[in-house]
Design a protein around this ligand. Sequence first.
Ligand SMILES: [Zn+2]
Length: 251
Amino acid sequence: MLWHRFDFRESSRIVVLLTREHGRIQALAKGSHRADSPMLGRLDFLNDLNVRLSADRGGLRLLLRADLLRERRGLRQALRYLAASHLVELGNYGFPDGLPDPELFDLIHGGLTLLERCPLFAVAQVMLGLELRFLIHLGCLPDIEHCTDCGTPLTGGAFLGSDGGLACRSHAPSPKKALPERAFDQLRRLSLAKGRELPELDLVPLSPTAVALPMQWLSRALERRGRLRRYVFDSALAQHHVDSTAGRPLP
Ligand SMILES: [Zn+2]
């Protein structure tokens, strides 16, 4: 999959490929800008490619050949493109340098397909579900079903816990902040659904708290804020796929 590309000199490009078995690989696509290059039009963002590279001699490898397996045309729509770019940004933080991570590759690759094909109104909920999956992959998703402190099932209502997780009423730090029932229900359903079920969950409009909490968990896990996340959910909000209070911070 073509992950990034940069212009290099007049007519060449440096490409970063994301592969299932070898992780990220950087290569030089010589002359790929030229009008007669067989690679012209193939080296586009997130295209699936079948490639042949020069042998690995420690330096920059050459991209000798690139066959197009799939273009992600659906991602040209603005909201889908934003969401896909946000997912790529998460992948950048999550991918170990120089190492493969087939599980994360599948999450991103499958996630892009969902973002490309789901109904437009479902982009925000799919994105949120992918974020939860990403957090699970990193081992950073707080337990959504049980109190972080005593392990009691949160059937009697969930509260914000002291460590960013969820707590029962007795273990919630004061002032106790209850999670709106709808947010709790949406997060639970998103975390339990299989990837391909994400577009079908009937969650629109999303609860602002359900949108805000994963951002806190992601910031904590990655020690930074995604640059694009806000725009994804703001665009969804503009199209009424998120409640109008979603842009505000948690109370
Ligand atoms: Zn408790």
